[in-house]
Design a protein around this ligand. Sequence first.
Ligand code: NIG
Ligand code: FE
Length: 421
Amino acid sequence: MIADAILTHFNQVFCPIDLGHPLSGQEMKKASIIEDAYIAIKDGKILAIGKGQPEQHLIGKNTSIQSYEGKIATPGLIDCHTHLVYGGSREHEFAQKLNGVPYLDILAQGGGILSTVTSTRKASFEELYNKSKRLLDYMLLHGVTSLEAKSGYGLEWETEKRQLEVVKALNKQHQIDLVSTFMAAHAIPKEYKNRSNDYLKLIVETMLPIVKADNLAEFCDIFCEKGVFTAEESAYLLSKAKALGFQLRIHADEIAAIGGVDVAADLNATSAEHLMMITDAGIEKLAKANVIGNLLPATTFSLMEDTYAPARKMIDKGMAITLSTDSNPGSCPTANMQFIMQLGCFMMRLTPIEVLNAVTINAAYAIRRHEKVGSFEKGKTADIAIFDAPNIDYLCYFFATNLIYQVYKNGRCVVQHGHIL
Ligand code: NIG
Ligand code: FE
């Protein structure tokens, strides 16, 4: 078959190996890294990938051929945990944070997530749309081509719905593909202070069925944390969501290990998120239940904590892990997936191959888009991140700088030299 475009002579192309399940344990150490590589694209999909001169049968008179000497390519990065849609920002809490006031104390005083809830409730659809679009643009400029986005700054139906509708609209209109998660159980709204059970009942009885019927989200998530929702409450909500056909994820063991990991394993969640405080028993449980550990190192960085999730131990004990931004206005205001990858190496001691597998093929499984994206198998979508880096080690070593040279989405160049085309 003749290609529409062939990108040739990359120094390296990083090709994750799709084994039909998230890569776990030792599998995360393997990938095919092709030197002097080419990628052939047809109808927005990967047609062929190889070494040296592209095979003659791929080249027709209309095939565009471009050379990428000195550059590397990976599958488009996938950010599988973001709180994309919100009003306002929280730099006013920064001084408190610098003075050592803990994150959960700020929340307990009515700030933190609850302060963003106030701003989000006030924001119109257009305001939320434009603000989220701007954030998505930054993410695209850093190489992200698919992401997960959660609601959870409404904590009442009208605003939760508005957030989900913004995600739906952006999924249609923005170059990045979005996967939606319903997370009304992100905090206990002030109207339900000390009545978390009543709030959960409201979510289960009135919100979840509409989210399902209107196809507003694929996943359901909850913040299982000390002072927020207990493991028992999390199990209640997530089992109801599962019965309605939602896929599950759970914020677990972020600040205190209170049983969220057991809920994830028992209910077969797709992923458990954060896991900074996970115990050895928790790691074994998730490994056995094939729950992906979705780790968010920039949150630890931004919360100014010392304890990163024990990613090394997780892989060594056979877990599948992925890394994502957690982009949100409180515990992680960033749009830079490359920095997340670098923290994976610098602070978690992962290797560049493990990191790249985490943010491509494993992240694709974590958003359940593995049949379409996450690797360069023939027929997958031609989503490609091209970096101004000579090899994949450099990409993880030269930190906190946007190394993107170009981004391809659906076979089309959408970012070039720091601009969206
Ligand atoms: O994943 N942990 C709960 N939710 C977010 C923080 C959201 C916020 O602080 O606004 C997180 O870190
Ligand atoms: Fe989060």
